[in-house]
Design a binder for this molecule. Structure first.
Ligand code: UDP
Length: 464
């Protein structure tokens, strides 16, 4: 790491940014990297060796260094996120401490601490290392403020008997976290997983409470009450600078071996479709569904009689690298259903042909859909997606939900599509999401709430 200085030879403060090595976390952290760099900070992205991003996909001017993580490939490829996160924190603690100590020796100008650390809330060990070395450290929450409130309340909700989620209490409102129901807190899980998850959240929340500040990938207009609550509860500075993809519109990062090649031919196909006619279907980077559910989704889309663009990435179906759909179904969707492995999602959502987004309600996908004014059909699969779907449908009213009794059915998919694409309810949702997308534009432009929060963040980093 070369000691940073500006055009006039003055020392610049360096921010060391540590993304959790999952696409949905790396993407917003790199947007933050670009925004901080554009505001005059020197930026070094510190990445684990697992799924390291291609250097060429880093925002211009940002450096990349890797730390050894010693994580077995089977664990990295698994969906056991608590075990992965604990291993990352454990294995990278010493290498990161050494790296930070070296950066301090190199950059120190004898007057002030030369660096700040910005780590994903899940990568909490670097926050401790920074504190021990006297370096200011901030945490970045890449999901919603509402989700962070769930993190903060999780232990208490467990003690109060709300958690783990049981068949008998699923529809009970969580009085402390309106409008959430118990079923929105988490997917059902066995006791061992529940205990591991609660332990992980204890570490995450403790890390944030002891940090110098919390950066949120959200914006005041949609989550003001949740942001305020976090401010009061943690008593640390909170910076709602999102949506980061809109604050910093750079290309999404490419992580080695993690995701398939982008299929851009779908954009030419979208050019041939009528405005607002196409359903875009994608479940993000991590979700796995079972083969039956995939077939119900496929037949639901086929039965909608509408054009659709569907991302079926490797391992969307649990344990399978690819999926073969029956000939009868392929015959049914010929000419109107396009199935691809990976798309440039933000470009797709910006295309005028897109009429709705059938999504798992990952936070990035939700923010991207809102900012592009694309109404949402929610099919959440677990974790933060459940609460986000509740906010989308009941609070912001920018989407409808796929109703599920025991399991997903093709009829349930079709009904949700009809509710959104035809009739009064769909009209209201469309009007509402256009309003919301205007709000996003306003809050990210000069003088908007997120732009001001970003300036506050940079001032805070410069002065701490
Ligand atoms: N994405 C993409 N192309 C695809 C599918 C997803 O670029 O074909 C991106 C999408 O734009 C979003 C991210 O992958 O930024 C998924 O993040 P999200 O938080 O929605 O879900 P996660 O993968 O974390 O569950």
């Amino acid at each position: 790491m070369a000691p940073p200085s500006d055009r006039n030879g003055r020392r610049r403060r360096r921010a060391l940014l540590l993304p959790l090595p999952y696409h949905g976390h790396v993407n917003p952290m790199l947007r933050l990297a670009a925004a901080l760099h554009a505001r005059g900070l020197a930026v070094t992205v510190v990445h684990a060796e697992t799924r390291v991003p291609d250097r060429r996909s880093l925002p211009a001017g940002c450096e990349l260094v890797t730390v050894p993580d010693g994580i077995p490939p089977e664990l990295a490829a698994s969906n056991d996120i608590p075990s992965f996160v604990f291993a990352l924190n454990r294995n990278c603690a010493a290498p990161f401490r050494d790296l930070l100590a070296a950066a301090l020796r190199e950059d120190d100008d004898g007057r002030r601490v030369a660096c700040v650390v910005v780590a994903d809330v899940d990568w909490f060990a670097p926050l401790t290392a920074a504190r021990e070395l006297g370096v200011p450290a901030l945490a970045l929450m890449t999901s919603s403020a509402a989700r962070f409130r769930v993190y903060m309340a999780y232990r208490r909700l467990s003690e109060m008997g709300y958690l783990p989620v049981q068949e008998s209490n699923m529809d009970k409102p969580v009085d402390e976290l309106p409008p959430l129901l118990v079923r929105d807190l988490h997917a059902r899980m066995d006791t061992a997983r529940h205990v591991a998850y609660a332990d992980l959240l204890d570490h995450i929340v403790a890390g944030v409470r002891q940090s110098s500040g919390l950066i949120l990938n959200t914006f005041d207009a949609i989550e003001r009450a949740d942001v305020e609550h976090i401010r009061r509860d943690t008593s640390i500075p909170v910076f709602p600078v999102g949506p980061l993809h809109a604050i910093s519109p750079v290309a999404a990062p490419q992580q080695s071996g993690a995701l398939p090649e982008e299929d851009r031919s779908c954009l030419a196909w979208l050019d041939t479709q009528l405005p607002g006619s196409v359903l875009f279907v994608s479940f993000g980077t991590l979700v796995s569904i079972d083969a039956d559910e995939l077939m119900e989704l496929a037949w639901g889309l086929a039965g909608s009689n509408r054009p659709f663009l569907w991302v079926v990435r490797p391992r969307l179906v649990r344990g399978r690298d690819s999926v073969e759909l029956p000939g009868e179904l392929l015959q049914e969707i010929r000419g109107r259903g396009v199935i691809v492995r990976w798309v440039p999602q933000e470009e797709v959502l910006s295309h005028p042909a897109i009429g709705a987004f059938v999504t798992h309600c990952g936070w990035n996908s939700t923010l991207e859909s809102i900012s592009k004014g694309v109404p949402i059909i929610c099919k959440p699969c677990g974790s933060d997606q459940l609460g986000t779907a509740r906010y989308v449908c009941d609070m912001w009213k920018v989407g409808v939900r796929v109703e599920i009794k025991d399991k997903v059915t093709r009829e349930g998919i079709q009904v949700a599509i009809e509710r959104l694409m035809d009739g009064k309810e769909g009209e209201m949702v469309r009007d509402r999401i256009i309003e919301m997308s205007d709000v996003v534009s306003k809050c990210t432009m000069k003088g908007g709430s997120s732009e001001l929060a970003m300036n506050d963040l940079v001032d805070f980093i410069e002065s701490s």
